[in-house]
Design a protein around this ligand. Structure first.
Ligand SMILES: NC(=O)c1ccc[n+]([C@@H]2O[C@H](COP(=O)([O-])OP(=O)(O)OC[C@H]3O[C@@H](n4cnc5c(N)ncnc54)[C@H](O)[C@@H]3O)[C@@H](O)[C@H]2O)c1
Length: 395
């Protein structure tokens, strides 16, 4: 299902349950502003290449907006869906931000570092007058990282002067926050702990399957491993691996850090990547693309809990099938809100000109994640009682 259709369908359902005025519902489905820009750059071999970049600002009622992704599947609908999700996510996390997303349709792995830098700078030239400290603050997402944010900051500063708070997720030396790199994965793990506690369980002793081993997946895996969880299968774009005794996560991180490819790691057996999401486990964490759980594979999912670390990994058909099976799904707009929450902390530190210690960042993140869980759970219970619908196994 198209990501925008799926996201809008979920929103309409929530709006009905909340008893939202129909005019307000319609207005919240229309983005504040969307733009599409052509980015042509010289490649290293002297030829020219053109890419399409997008920026969608969905809503700014609660504050400035957020996020940037580089991926071949980036298009206007995908960016629109992600911008909308960001509005709901910042509200669930209760931080003073709205929702936006940007992206460039490109395969970052196929571009050299200097080509990526030129592309990022050209894109920034096209959107610099739309972003700003109090209007729209980009942050990393799939295919982008601290280096991307540094290029955006540098290019933006040529037009507007030194403005560290215009991007978050930047390198520490340029005003980045300690703990931001791990924040989404750490938030995913805090969210998982909060959910499991409802069922009298903890991470220790449970089995986990993780799809995606980039920023979010590798941090989530590492923190699950540190807490005694057993990661029995893992996968990324290169392939998938399993080990029923638990994969040695620090060893696989070392292997990747040394330039290795996940599928070539020797401490686990290769498996069919399609089997990963339906592999036996207690907790499934999709940490890569959207729409990976759908009507084809949902009936075969064996996990008891799904933590939506990626954005919209479960499409509405799968949601329905999994809920009927009694699988508990922790939604993306809560589960992966740790990244934007620490982006907010970074922005606050930049505006104050005062850097926090990492322990403070992590403690504050835990407080926000716990509080958002309590509020969302209360809201789900209230709506279950009011509507008579079976909204979630929490209700
Ligand atoms: N980075 C953040 O702070 C952040 C915050 C909130 C949500 N998210 C969401 O989390 C997800 C992952 O983001 P990230 O920042 O870790 O991205 P990333 O680019 O660092 O990593 C993406 C991972 O997904 C894997 N992948 C790509 N295609 C795949 C496929 N077809 N099958 C299996 N694996 C595949 C890649 O190999 C890589 O390991 C995205 O949905 C993103 O929107 C990220």
């Amino acid at each position: 299902m198209n990501s925008l259709v799926a996201t809008s369908r979920n929103f309409r359902q929530a709006a009905r349950l909340l008893g939202l005025d129909a005019k307000l519902e319609k207005s919240l489905l229309i983005p504040f502003r969307e733009i599409k820009v052509e980015c042509t750059i010289p490649m290293d071999d002297g030829s020219l290449a053109s890419f399409v970049g997008f920026r969608v600002q969905h809503d700014n009622a609660r504050g400035p907006m957020k996020g940037i992704r580089y991926h071949p599947e980036v298009d206007l609908d995908e960016v629109n869906a992600l911008a909308q999700l960001m509005t709901w996510k910042t509200a669930v996390a209760d931080i003073p931000y709205g929702g936006a997303k940007g992206g460039i349709g490109c395969a970052p792995g196929e571009l050299t570092k200097s080509e990526l830098e030129r592309l990022t700078r050209v894109f920034t030239q096209k959107i610099h007058d739309l972003i700003g400290i109090h209007t729209d603050v980009p942050a990393p997402d799939m295919g982008t990282n601290a280096q991307t944010m540094a290029w955006i900051l540098d290019e933006y500063s040529k037009f507007h002067g030194h403005s560290p708070a215009v991007v978050t997720g930047k390198p520490i030396d340029l005003g980045g926050s300690l703990g931001r790199d791990a924040a989404t994965g750490r938030g995913v793990v805090f969210a998982t702990e909060a959910l499991l506690a409802e069922y009298g369980k903890s991470i220790s002793g449970l089995t986990f399957v993780i799809q995606g081993f980039g920023n979010v997946g590798s941090w989530a895996a590492q923190l699950v491993h540190e807490r005694g969880g057993k990661v029995v299968a893992i996968g990324d774009a290169s392939g998938a691996l399993r080990n029923p005794n638990g994969i040695d996560i620090p060893a696989i991180i070392k292997h990747k850090g040394a330039g290795g490819v996940l599928k070539d790691f020797k401490g686990a057996d290769a498996m069919d990547a399609k089997e990963l999401l339906v592999h036996e486990c207690d907790v499934l964490m999709p940490c890569a693309l959207g729409g990976v759980l759908n009507r084809e594979n949902a009936p075969d999912v064996k996990a008891k809990y799904i933590i939506e670390a990626a954005n919209h990994p479960t499409d509405p058909d799968a949601d329905e099938i999994l809920s009927k099976k009694g699988v508990v799904i922790l939604p993306d707009i809560y589960a992966n809100a740790g990244g934007v929450t620490v982006s907010y902390f970074e922005w606050v530190q930049n505006i104050q000109g005062f850097m926090w210690e990492e322990e403070k960042v992590n403690n504050e993140l835990q407080k926000y994640m716990r509080s958002a869980f309590k509020t969302s759970r209360g809201c789900a219970e209230h709506m279950t009682a009011a509507s008579g619908w079976e909204l979630s196994p929490w209700g």
